[in-house]
Design a binder for this molecule. Structure first.
Ligand SMILES: O=C(O)[C@@H](CO)OP(=O)(O)O
Length: 206
């Protein structure tokens, strides 16, 4: 049985381009982000992959990326579950702030801790650990059982919601996951065993 799970971060958003902390805000994709989503769809098509189910967040940059990918695959209208559990990490008070200006105001090290430490949340927001505490229960209850039942599944979500999932899938330590950066619009293809363990992983960025 093919237990296929593809994860893809949304294409570049307007706020990625402006270098703003985005979190739960809902900017659209840039031209480049749209092109990245088309490329992701083409890459999956070249590999002759199709899907039975899709999951995404309630944020439009992830939904639009998914729509474009499904369009490339000739699968527009595929059954799709949208859930806030897959949203980007909430950046709290940093939301909307320019990342360079935040470094000037709070210092490079503090901003790095807020962005890439495992369990230090930004003021009023979520740490990666807190993000994992909502992503992983959703994954285990809603996504994994479908993959294990042979439903070929694609998940279009966000840098930090996917990092918390990758940490679990690949058994990475907090130190290892913090170094893992996900490219916008880049699919990562997992094949799982009957217990949900990873048999193979192919990052199309490589
Ligand atoms: O701004 C955000 O919401 C995220 C993803 O773009 O940024 P960071 O890389 O700082 O986690």
């Amino acid at each position: 049985m093919d237990r296929l799970l593809v994860l893809v971060r949304h294409g570049q958003s307007e706020w990625n381009l402006k270098n703003l902390f985005t979190g739960w805000k809902d900017p659209g994709l840039t031209e480049q982000g749209i092109a990245e989503a088309h490329k992701a769809g083409e890459q999956l098509k070249d590999l002759k992959l199709t899907f039975d189910l899709a999951f995404t967040s309630v944020l439009s940059r992830a939904q639009k990326t998914l729509d474009i990918i499904l369009g490339e695959l000739g699968q527009t209208g595929l059954e799709t579950f949208k859930d806030q559990a897959l949203n980007e990490r909430d950046y709290g008070d940093l939301t909307g702030m320019n990342k360079d200006e935040a470094r000037e105001q709070f210092g490079e090290e503090q901003v790095h801790i807020w962005r890439r430490s495992f369990d230090v949340p930004p003021p009023g927001g979520e740490s990666l650990k807190m993000t994992a505490e909502r992503v992983l229960p959703y994954y285990k209850a809603e996504i994994l059982p479908k993959v294990l039942a042979g439903k070929r599944t694609i998940v279009a979500a966000h840098g930090n919601s996917l990092r918390s999932l990758i940490m679990e899938l690949e058994g990475l330590s907090p130190e290892e996951i913090l170094k893992r950066e996900l490219g916008t619009g880049t699919p990562i293809i997992y094949r799982l065993d009957e217990n949900g363990g990873v048999i193979s992983v192919q990052d199309l960025a490589d």
